[in-house]
Write a protein that binds this ligand. Structure first.
Ligand code: ADP
Length: 478
């Protein structure tokens, strides 16, 4: 029989190794046996079998008339167990009643209670810290917004009153600084709201094509002024009207697009939107925003979507920013039941792809109507490939010469209006584009960059003209 497998002495050996206190007692409460842990922990040693169970549980079991009640024992689940020296500890118990040979198993839960208490305290403290921080952020950002708007308003008034030349340039810069500052303030506020879980995604009908067009429009001045090409392709089966948070979707696109512009000096930026799935009244869209910019390495990728992370400090110095944009973008995308992914190769470009779910409306039955056109969408643009970048830098290809011509044009305009900072970027681009050119052209490009850096108009023009005529000769010779 099964029971015969374990003999009495085996059972006591197991009981002595148990991490629970085990006691055996009769129906009058007299302790008949205690395992090793019970003898040690309670401090009675061998004397344990001389006392009654109610001495160990005075709070739960002791009666005024010194009687002992098995009914009370049956009700015990948790309680305080007392040692011989009067100290006590909390225990959780289970009781097995068996006429004359009852068993009590108990485990010390002091540590667990302490840990639980600590966790509750930590959680409360953390919630309080987040609450205080969010209130602080909300107040500070609100306070900052007022003076920034004030400065912008007054400078706009002065500009409208008609200022020209140097003063106008300075005022334009002040306006741009105010806009940057407002964008940073909004980012901080959004981030703090997202963290507090107080962000609500609106569900309103909007024109999807108009929204994408608007996001491109917002960045088009920067795109043009850097001489970049932009392509926007939207799968025409995507309905014109959808339901979702237009403002936040624009924010996501804007952020990816403005980063693409910021980190690309030569080549293309492309936006693709396709429909992946359609459920009952929901549609999933897949966006890809790619560029031929500086790219991001593998180890930098891992840090990217975390708050306040910029891939390295030199980038912050050169391009500015708070490193909040992508962290916000990621959270907004997740609130729209999607995810974001990055493909990138250092020096070749980046491709951010993300999905979002939007709702269909009564007006969503059809895709874009034939003949309907938006300024920047599906206008037969070339779709950029990373390989195109190689052609751009390969001296003498159509792509290379076109790119040089476009940058030369921009350079001359910047030099004419003495926008030396921008001129320097273009002169640097031209030097890079001429990396594989014959030695004398390369030398001129190098000198031109040096002279532009010094703001020397005459000498820069000399190099400019010599590059121009050398190129014309080289194209003519083809
Ligand atoms: P910020 O607001 O400072 O631009 P983001 O979160 O938008 O912060 O971007 C964080 C960092 O990710 C940038 O500083 C840059 O180093 C890198 N990054 C983002 N987009 C691109 C891109 N298209 N090409 C190269 N690097 C990028």
């Amino acid at each position: 029989m099964q029971e015969e497998l374990l003999r009495g002495e085996d059972i006591y050996r197991f009981a002595d190794e148990s991490l629970e206190i085990i006691l055996m007692f009769d129906d009058n409460g007299k302790i008949l046996y205690g395992n090793a842990l019970a003898k040690n922990d309670l401090g009675y040693g061998e004397e344990l079998t001389t006392i009654r169970l109610d001495e160990l549980f005075p709070g739960e079991l002791r009666q005024e008339d010194n009687s002992f009640s098995m009914e009370q024992v049956a009700q015990m689940k948790e309680g305080m167990m007392y040692r011989k020296n009067g100290t006590c500890f909390p225990v959780r118990m289970s009781i097995v009643m068996e006429a004359g040979r009852n068993l009590l198993f108990s485990i010390n839960i002091a540590k667990r209670i302490e840990t639980e208490r600590k966790l509750v305290r930590m959680k409360e403290e953390m919630e309080e810290t987040i609450k205080v921080r969010n209130e602080f952020v909300a107040n500070v950002t609100h306070e900052l917004r007022t003076p920034v708007n004030g400065i912008r308003g007054h400078v706009t008034n002065l500009l409208e009153a008609g200022v020209t030349g140097e003063v106008k340039n300075t005022m334009d810069i002040i306006i741009r600084c105010c806009e940057n500052m407002s964008a940073i303030i909004n980012n901080i506020l959004d981030f703090s709201k997202l963290e507090a879980g107080k962000f609500i995604i609106e569900q309103k009908e909007f024109n999807f094509y108009k929204m994408v067009n608007h996001a491109v429009e917002t960045n088009i001045t920067a795109i043009n002024s850097k001489g970049l090409h932009i392509g926007v392709n939207i799968d025409k089966i995507i309905p014109e009207y959808l339901i979702g948070d237009e403002l936040r979707l624009t924010q996501i696109l804007n952020n990816l697009l403005s980063n693409a512009v910021k980190f690309t000096s030569v080549g293309y930026i492309n936006i693709e939107v396709t429909k992946t799935v359609e459920f009952d009244d929901e549609i999933e869209l897949f966006f890809v925003v790619s560029d031929t910019g500086i790219g991001i390495s593998q180890e930098e990728k891992d840090k990217l979507f975390k708050s306040f992370s910029q891939v390295d400090a030199s980038i912050t110095r050169k391009y500015g920013g708070t490193g909040l944009g992508l962290a916000i973008t990621k959270q907004l995308i997740e609130l729209m039941h999607g995810s974001i992914h990055l493909d990138s190769e250092k020096g070749k470009g980046s491709s951010f792809s993300f999905s979002v779910r939007l709702h269909l409306s009564q007006n969503s039955k059809e895709g874009l109507k034939a003949g309907e056109r938006f300024e920047f969408i599906n206008q037969n643009q070339v779709v950029p490939q990373f390989d195109d970048l190689e052609k751009i830098f390969q001296f003498g290809t159509t792509e290379n010469l076109q790119e040089i011509a476009s940058k030369m044009e921009k350079l001359i305009i910047c030099m004419d209006v003495e926008a030396w900072d921008k001129a320097e970027t273009f002169a640097h681009n031209i030097k890079e584009l001429l990396e594989q050119a014959p030695k004398d052209i390369k030398k001129s490009a190098f000198r031109m960059e040096m002279n532009v850096r010094k703001g020397n108009y005459e000498k820069s023009m000399e190099q400019y003209n010599s590059i121009k005529s050398a190129l014309e000769e080289s194209i003519g010779g083809k």
